[in-house]
Design a protein around this ligand. Structure first.
Ligand SMILES: [Zn+2]
Length: 262
């Protein structure tokens, strides 16, 4: 009896530790300041709705001046893998996603296997990839954006200037792909900072060359900044499915160009 109680305690202890062991303890978000590991629990999947009250809806309604400047991000044909989320195409308020854990990070459950396959394939080639950010709630994005605005204000910029600069680095509310569960930030143990120098690492080179085989694209290429509105992010990869990923990467396009929406 006593022995079984001890075993139970050991078992519970191990279960509690497993999720933490499964992650690589990434250092940051796209802003390089915070990780998404706050919500650590055991492996499995959950359903999450990104709909929010108050804050969330104001963002999607504020650009009513031109009528068509913002649109719903859900493709009409229902192809979930090609959902476009950016400053013009906001995540719909009723968007929902079923999430699955990889270590402490959450992704759309449909991309868990391809992502794990890509990480395993890199490892087989001697390249270690670490998740640094994955699914993010709207609340988390709002926090990151606010912190980024403050950072720029400290350099002497006005509120409007700081917001414009911050938007190049962190997506404003409702405009981040990380809300979809289809986007991940990947780094490597020897270079965990998400900066432009990451592009020179073996990890970044490997991902750019092989991501499409697993259905991922380099979402914010260096030469597409004027279309995506986002600075070059050699660590940010987006799942679109193998067929579309191969078409996009081989043609050297960004998602906006591929979908003809920019
Ligand atoms: Zn990212």
């Amino acid at each position: 009896m006593k022995k079984s109680v001890v075993l139970l305690i050991i078992l519970l202890f191990l279960c509690g530790l497993l999720p933490a062991c499964g992650t690589d303890g990434g250092i940051g978000s796209d802003s390089g300041s915070a990780s998404d590991t706050a919500d650590i629990s055991s492996s499995g999947s959950e359903s999450s709705s990104s709909s929010s009250t108050g804050q969330g809806s104001s963002s999607s309604q504020q650009s009513s001046s031109s009528g068509s400047s913002t649109s719903t991000a859900t493709p009409a044909d229902g192809s979930w893998n090609l959902i476009l989320v950016n400053s013009k195409y906001l995540l719909p308020d009723n968007f929902t996603v079923s999430l699955a854990y990889i270590g402490a990070y959450r992704v759309d459950e449909r991309i868990k296997e391809p992502l794990q396959d890509m990480i395993a394939a890199a490892k087989a080639d001697g390249v270690e990839l670490m998740l640094s950010s994955a699914y993010r709630t709207k609340e988390k994005s709002a926090e990151l954006y606010a912190a980024q605005v403050e950072k720029w204000k400290k350099t002497g910029l006005s509120q409007a200037e700081a917001e414009a600069e911050a938007a190049k680095w962190v997506a404003p509310l409702g405009t981040s792909e990380h809300h979809t569960g289809l986007a991940v930030d990947l780094v490597t143990p020897t270079h965990q900072v998400m900066d432009h120098a990451f592009a020179d690492t073996e990890a970044a080179k490997w991902m750019k060359a092989h991501c499409a085989e697993y259905g991922f694209i380099l979402r914010y290429p260096e030469d597409k900044q004027d279309i995506t509105g986002i600075t070059f992010e050699p660590w940010h990869f987006r799942y679109v499915g193998v067929k579309d990923a191969k078409a996009i990467m081989s043609a050297g396009l960004c998602l906006e160009e591929y979908l003809g929406k920019y």
